[in-house]
Design a protein around this ligand. Sequence first.
Ligand code: GTP
Ligand code: MG
Length: 581
Amino acid sequence: MRISVSFGAAMASSIAVCRLHMTGRGNLIKYLKQVNTLVKRNVGTNAVATISETPRKEETDEKDGPQSLNSLLAKRQEQAERSVLVSCLSKTNEKKFTKYLSKHGDINTCFFYESYGVYAVVEYANRESVASLMENAAFPSVSHESVVPFKSRLLSLRNISTSDPPDKGQLCQPQTTIPINELIQRLSREESIDQQVASLTKAYQLTEENIRLRFLVCSLLKDIAAAYFPECSIKPFGSSVNGFGKLGCDLDMFLDLDSISGIEARMPKTGLYVEYQMKGAHSERAVTQSILSVIGECVDQFGPGCVGMQKILNARCPLVRFAHQPSGFQCDLTANNRVAMKSTELLYLYGELDPRVRCLVFTVRCWARAHGITSSIPGAWITNFSLTVMVLFFLQKRTPPIIPTLDHLRDLAGPADKSVIEGNDCTFVSDFSMIQLQSNTETLEKLLSEFFEFYATFAFSRMSINIRKGREQKKPEVSPLHIQNPFENSLNVSKNVSAAQLDRFVAMCQESSWLLQQSETKSPSGTAGSSKATPWGLATLLLPSQVAGIKSRKKRRQEPASERIKSLLESLKTNNKQKKS
Ligand code: GTP
Ligand code: MG
């Protein structure tokens, strides 16, 4: 989530995921589709114990084609409300655990993960089961401290019998990405750049379990906010749900109070009626600030597992930031932030239109992070949001275009899609079947190298990036990088970016474009399948030594490419050694 101008997601590390084995473009497209749907489908994994035999609704919906973000959110929210989060003993016997919890009703899914201890997410088939479990939960017996008597769906498993044989422990689901060196090795074993891009996407994107956990955290927070506003909801937005989220990214949340004022009072045509007396404030912003301040205070004082709360109420978009320890998420809670919700919906729609969109965004985001072009610390860098808009713009500029312009999506909108927020037209089509795509068959390899070429030579000094029109326009202001906000047209989403940071981005694009043209880096060097593969293709673009080497691009061009790769490899080995020691 963005404070005034910039943002970030925490880079994380760990655990392996599976590898691709495939040949031919047909298979690749099939695979990309699988990668693409993972974020929205309720797929089972070997660690998600599906206890109920009833097919889940999400599975049966798959054949109906892509669903809108709003219907996806509604399903996930409902699923989260039937779920509990349980802190487990480090060696909990899974069978005993689920058997015990099943006393309160059928369990749909249960999985374990580690974050300052072992936790389980348990989704019941019915809400009544959650109520039954909570009714039977004991009050903590703490002799040395007092507790706030706030009962939540974050529970702890206790065991008073000492006769249980030790258990081997649970299979925990990863909640963080693999380290970059491990990713480079994995990519180096792939057989084409297209496969490398797909593999990177698969390794980095949010997992089914991580998405469930994100919705569960929103639902737990909603229970706190509901003490004041029973009809409220807390919705995730940004990369948690737009399809471009990487394991470890922050959890952006939106406290939605619209359903309160949205309830139409039954007003008589004539005669008496009553209305609520409500406290007035001098502006909408002041209301948002005071609500966030109070809810933030409650989260801080009463929310189990919520720590380090900061109120950042004077930002352009006021927010409260805190860490939710049991999930490991950095949380940003906002209110009255409907435009960001709309941008999330738009990004989600673009990601759904063609599997190459998501793959290219993941690759460019990962590449940018590896080279410090983006950062988790706010500053003069390009944000992930800006970078994503740049990729979308590039895809609109292909011949034929891979994705349509926002103006085109607005023209396809039906009456129900009409949306005006604070005077800004945020209308665009929600029915995916209305969107006709042009037939562009470019490979990811081609798109990746063309992306670098495109921005290596883009006229940043004169032109602005505009995904509404799908073409560059004269810059209306002097900022080094100008990306028109898709919905608030007078704003520049990259206003924070300094000339130096833009230069770094351009120089890295030039470097990467050049690297992808070298025969040594273009194809695998015969080590595919071996345990220690030589970096090639996309893996070469992620090598850390690139960051330092950027200054001397001219010199580097004169160097034979093989020498350059050798020195890159040497630096990778050195890095590995340093990491181990
Ligand atoms: P990461 O958290 O970095 O993974 O990406 P993110 O897309 O979640 O970005 P961030 O947390 O910075 O912001 C959350 C969401 O707020 C974005 O997805 C956008 O929808 C919206 N947003 C962020 N920055 C801007 C901005 O400058 N202008 C507008 N209109 N929306 C923004
Ligand atoms: Mg975010």
